[in-house]
Ligand binder design. Structure first.
Ligand code: XMP
Length: 517
């Protein structure tokens, strides 16, 4: 393991990802963790992340000198670099000389461990107020900028390295190369961490955790729960039952995808609960978005619990108990809810409304150390179909929050048709990876006049909401090619009954959310 010590802001997660991209396993620990505890994890190397503080600020995170004296290779970046300089007796000044953004760097020692083979002049991403003016004793200065004389240093004998900038961001040229030089050359770690290893390791862990007991897993149709289920299935397939609640608000072909493709690829035991009628009844007459969400969430939990009780009763007949619940919690959720110490509380973020808090289960969370793109790779490794592994986000409440107005069976059918056309055309145009997702919304309470054939029509508009995003927190509207929009528009108005107008939503987030409700 390589430990990434988190000094705040978002840098640590990015560094952890980059280390894994170098095929070395990494884990994030909070900077408040005692050094003895870090060392007890037997790390092969330690990386000190950047952070928002100044080393001289009151209450700024500090570091015990012992971390540099344990013989473990350490790489400090930005704040981590300055802390390293200060703790080891170098000079860090609050010079008022700030550097932000892309900055030219001059490598002054080309043969150094970090900068071997890297051009002497290149651009890096800086973001700092304080600056190191003298390296600690025993260190060689390896790079500088116009503003800071000591922009990088290393002590090869002690295997301690540091750079003032952020090699983990894409704006830093050769950043990944420098990180790899630290890992492979400085710390002598071999790049052996692969998706195949992850699968083997998790399968062993799941077997150890679950033993001979039974487990259940809720499938939502999304990537995370599918990959979690597939992993547990590979480990203890005989003891696992998956539950898929069909609330009737899925898109065309989605339930079948889970029922057929997922089962075919994994051989998992699946219980599909057809609850469409129940959801439609509960949604009758409801138009308020929040009320819709609450109703869907509540009904979902009821149906899930009922299915669960049935599975437990059936298992009980064979004298077995169901002790485990599989969840597709990801690493960012774990880090964000508790700093990655492994004791984080579980957020109720899965499926529709989140599962109830009083569930009497132990959790099996085989993805809690993985990032989303790694989850997709594990899914691929497990042989899940591309359509499941590369699936774009889809909200738990489904089409229920994409019909502005009351949800009825007729309207759902209509929206399903329009949505299927949009997905077909976007896929045909090769745009699936480029756009984050494209909600298709039916304005069921709006009508406009049109003309079709020789007659007047009075139909509903369909809204396309294509967005690009990295994390759904913010988004921009996607500039879809006009010919693709034209094909979608023609097909929807020709093929979908009662729709006589197609419009495109050109609002970013903020101010608009991605979904309309
Ligand atoms: P908004 O509309 O808030 O959506 O910009 C952000 C992202 O979250 C998805 N979304 C949901 N996902 N349950 C989910 O699992 C929900 O209730 C839900 N509501 C929105 C949305 O599709 C987008 O990717």
């Amino acid at each position: 393991t390589v430990l990434v010590v988190d000094f705040g802001a978002q840098y640590a997660q990015l560094i952890a990802r980059r280390v894994r991209e170098a095929r070395v396993y990494s884990e994030i620990v909070p900077s408040s963790m005692p050094v003895a505890e870090m060392l007890a994890k037997n790390p092969k190397a330690i990386i000190l992340s950047g952070g928002p503080s100044s080393v001289y600020e009151e209450g700024a995170p500090q570091l015990d000198r012992a971390i540099f004296e344990a013989g473990v290779p350490v790489f400090g970046m930005c704040y981590g670099f300055q802390l390293m300089a200060k703790v080891l007796g170098g000079t860090v000044d609050n010079t008022g000389a700030r550097e932000y953004g892309r900055t030219p760097l001059t490598v002054t020692r080309t043969g150094s461990t970090l900068f071997e083979g890297v051009p002497a002049q290149h651009s890096v991403w800086m973001s700092h107020g304080d600056a190191c003016s003298a390296a600690p004793a025993g260190f060689t200065v390896t790079a500088s900028t116009d503003v800071v004389p000591v922009a990088a240093f290393e002590n090869d004998e002690a295997r301690l390295y540091g750079v003032q900038y952020h090699p983990e961001v894409l704006h830093s040229d050769h950043g990944q190369q420098i990180l790899e030089h630290f890992l492979y050359r400085g710390a002598g770690i071999a790049p052996t961490w692969t998706t195949g290893n992850v699968v083997d390791e998790q399968v062993a862990l799941i077997r150890a955790q679950v033993g001979t007991k039974r487990a259940i897993c809720g499938l939502s149709g999304g990537v995370d729960s599918a990959v979690a289920a597939a992993l547990v299935n590979k480990a203890v397939g005989e003891q696992l039952t998956c539950v898929y609640v069909d609330h009737g608000l899925m898109r065309k072909g989605e339930t079948e995808q889970v029922e057929k493709d997922f089962v075919a690829a994994t051989g998992v035991q699946l219980k599909v609960v057809d609850a469409a009628e129940r959801f439609l009844n509960a949604l009758k007459g409801v138009t308020d978005p929040e009320e819709k969400r609450k109703i869907i969430g509540r009904e979902f939990i009821r149906v899930f619990e009922q299915a669960q009780a049935e599975i437990i009763a059936e298992a009980g007949e064979h004298g077995e108990s169901v002790d485990f619940l599989v969840q597709g919690t990801l690493y960012p959720d774990v880090v964000e809810s508790g700093g990655g110490t492994g004791t984080a509380n579980i957020k109720s973020h899965h499926n529709v409304g989140g599962l109830p808090e009083d569930l009497q289960f132990q959790l099996v969370e085989p993805l809690r150390k993985l990032f989303k793109d790694e989850v997709r790779m594990v899914g691929q490794e497990l042989g899940l179909p591309e359509e499941i592994v590369q699936r774009q986000p889809f909200p738990g409440p489904g089409l229920g929050i994409r019909i502005v107005g009351e949800v009825t069976e007729e309207r759902l059918d209509l929206l399903r048709e329009a949505d299927a056309i949009v997905r077909e055309e976007l896929t045909a145009a090769g745009l699936d990876r480029e756009i984050w997702q494209c909600p298709v919304v039916l304005l069921a309470d709006v009508r406009s006049v049109g003309v079709q054939g020789d007659g007047r029509t009075y139909g509903h508009p369909i809204v396309l909401r294509p967005v690009s995003s990295e994390d759904a927190m913010t988004a921009d509207w996607s500039r879809l090619p006009y010919d693709v929009l034209a094909r979608i528009s023609t097909r929807i108005t020709n093929e979908v009954r009662d729709v006589n107008r197609v419009v495109v939503d050109v609002t970013s987030k903020p101010p608009g959310t991605i979904e309309w409700e």
